[in-house]
Ligand binder design. Structure first.
Ligand SMILES: [Zn+2]
Length: 137
């Protein structure tokens, strides 16, 4: 039951973000082969692997396993990946880049800070090299 929920959660995340298995497995720090067998429900991930998948996709274990997160507090303490940045043009016309908090979408003052100053979300920077420009709304 858990592995079925996990594979459908992971598939829908890959789908919504247009990730190939290769990209997704790289984000999760897993081999494409192992990642694929987890997604197809052929292999059961270890707790460590589950943790990697959670971190890569900004999901709590509860969310990936099909439980709604009733404990909001927990989701703040569980690190979320910083996946977006904003660019501003400074006074001397050069670009300044600010990472964006995955929860409250405020600019973060510094790269690699552990928590968002505004909302207190714990941050994970492992995938910041894959970060993309924040879409403006
Ligand atoms: Zn925040």
């Amino acid at each position: 039951m858990f592995s079925k929920e996990l594979s459908s959660s992971v598939l829908s995340i890959c789908d919504s973000r247009n990730f190939t298995y290769e990209t997704a497995s790289e984000l999760c720090d897993l081999s494409p082969r192992h990642f694929g067998s987890i997604v197809r429900g052929k292999a059961s991930p270890t707790v460590n692997t589950l943790e990697k998948i959670c971190a890569a996709f900004n999901r709590t274990p509860n969310e990936l396993l099909g439980f709604s997160t009733t404990d909001e507090e927990l989701s703040y303490r569980f690190p979320q990946q910083v996946t977006h940045f904003r660019q501003h043009i400074s006074l001397n016309h050069s670009y300044v880049t600010f990472p964006v908090c995955p929860r409250c979408h405020c600019n973060l003052e510094r790269e690699y800070q552990s928590f968002c100053d505004r909302c207190g979300q714990k941050l994970n920077w492992d995938c910041f090299r894959y970060a993309t420009l924040m879409p403006e709304r």
